[in-house]
Design a protein around this ligand. Structure first.
Ligand SMILES: CC1=C(CCC(=O)O)c2cc3nc(cc4[nH]c(cc5[nH]c(cc1n2)c(C)c5CCC(=O)O)c(CCC(=O)O)c4C)C(CCC(=O)O)=C3C
Ligand SMILES: [Fe+2]
Length: 375
């Protein structure tokens, strides 16, 4: 089966050329502003990153993720160790299964007849296989819920490319699809995060609860990737700022927060978004702060980058600095978040102008890739 990065829908393009809008949007089918045609057989596809299921999966998984991306070998070896620390098993697959079970229960309770499928970019079940399964089951159209709420090449554009690749792999007659819009501002997503932040604050010793510094985190990305995120550029940072602000407003109105970055990769020579969360903790301690609450607003589940980079590394940094530390949970399977997924589908089914993430201009989230080595 073709691996994620074996097929490049932009192959043969000059770097200054934009892919066509049709290819950018949902694998060649521009999203419609009309209501869903009655009688069309539809499904919901949960499209995610994927993760290894055992020690022998770790290296092939990392190769799928990083092929052609210029990630230094030392970084790959370090990340492999993070996975091996958990027996080579990423928590992300079980988290996606739990999310799907919760979505199925919510749809059933709401009387919405919509089968739910699961596919990944970097590990089984690969999205290409899911497409074949959907076609065999007679599905004509899929709403694609990506497990990323934000703009960026990694969190939005690559999911469009996954859809395009899967449709192309199946060939003529493949189910059509539309990716659901960015959902960083969906009330159910915000409420799940606000409740998690409140619980984390409540877990701190009483004497530091009111003064603890609130620190929102998200995956760092290359500065060049951030510059072209969303049609105006810098939409990743902008959407994260909106989401973090709304979560704080709903929990402890008026309290200040900082947005910082975690899980930096890439060669040291390439600029990525800063400051790193660990450096930020050092700066806070140096300024006399006594407690921090981290809330990973950039992620939708407590996957490896959350439990390693925050619960292990950042917690250790805080301990060394004498900072009281709490980490808020992610949206996970919070009922409000699960209901938000259904509402995103219902909004698209009703028709109306597609929002960002469903329809993206060609210039959106473009990322220059290093040239493929030629044999
Ligand atoms: C913005 C963003 C999100 C959030 C949006 C979204 O969810 O999509 C995200 C999520 C995730 N990232 C994940 C894992 C990895 N990301 C890597 C590498 C990279 N991430 C990047 C960005 C992001 N990543 C980037 C710019 C790179 C450099 C390579 C490239 O330009 O593409 C690498 C390679 C090693 C390394 O370099 O760290 C791994 C293993 C997992 C699974 C965790 C698990 O297994 O539980 C998840 C959910
Ligand atoms: Fe990543």
């Amino acid at each position: 089966m073709p691996l994620a990065s074996d097929v490049d829908i932009h192959a043969g393009q000059r770097p200054d050329e934009e892919p066509s809008l049709a290819v950018r949007n949902n694998g060649g089918v521009p999203p419609s502003a009309e209501p869903a045609p009655p009688g069309r057989r539809e499904a919901l596809l949960v499209l995610s990153f994927g993760g290894p299921e055992g020690p022998e999966d770790v290296l092939p998984f990392l190769e799928n993720v990083t092929r052609g991306r210029g990630i230094p070998r030392e970084r790959l070896a370090a990340v492999a160790e993070h996975y091996h620390h958990f027996g080579g098993v990423s928590p992300i697959n079980d988290q996606n299964k739990a999310l799907i079970a919760a979505i199925e229960a919510d749809l059933a309770a709401a009387g919405v007849d919509l089968p739910v499928y699961w596919g990944n970019r970097n590990w089984a079940p690969y999205v290409e296989d899911t497409w074949r399964q959907m076609a065999e089951d007679g599905i004509e159209h899929a709403y694609v819920f990506a497990t990323s709420a934000y703009a960026s090449a990694s969190g939005c554009r690559q999911y469009h490319e996954d859809v395009a690749r899967a449709r192309a792999a199946f060939g003529p007659g493949a189910p059509t699809a539309e990716k659901l819009p960015h959902y960083y501002d969906a009330p159910g997503f915000l409420r799940a995060n606000a409740e998690a932040l409140a619980a984390a604050l409540a877990s701190l010793p009483e004497d530091v609860r009111d003064t603890a510094r609130l620190v929102a985190t998200a995956h760092s990305i290359p500065v060049a990737m951030a510059e072209v995120a969303g049609p105006p550029g810098h939409a990743y940072e902008a959407e994260l700022t909106v989401a973090a602000q709304k979560v704080v407003d709903a929990t402890v109105p008026g309290r200040r927060f900082d947005l910082v970055w975690q899980s930096r990769s890439g060669p040291p020579s390439m600029p990525w978004l800063e400051p790193d969360v660990n450096d930020h903790l050092r700066a806070l301690a140096a300024a006399g702060e006594r407690a921090v609450v981290l809330f990973p607003i950039g992620f939708v589940s407590d996957h490896l980058e959350v439990i390693w980079d925050l619960d292990h590394e950042a917690r250790q940094t805080a301990e060394e600095l004498g900072l009281a530390f709490a980490r808020a949970g992610t949206a996970g399977t919070h009922p409000a978040f699960v209901a938000a997924v259904r509402e995103l589908v219902q909004e698209r089914r009703a028709g109306g102008p597609p929002r960002l993430g469903t329809a993206c201009p060609a210039s959106c989230c473009h990322v220059a890739r290093p040239a493929r080595p030629t044999a």
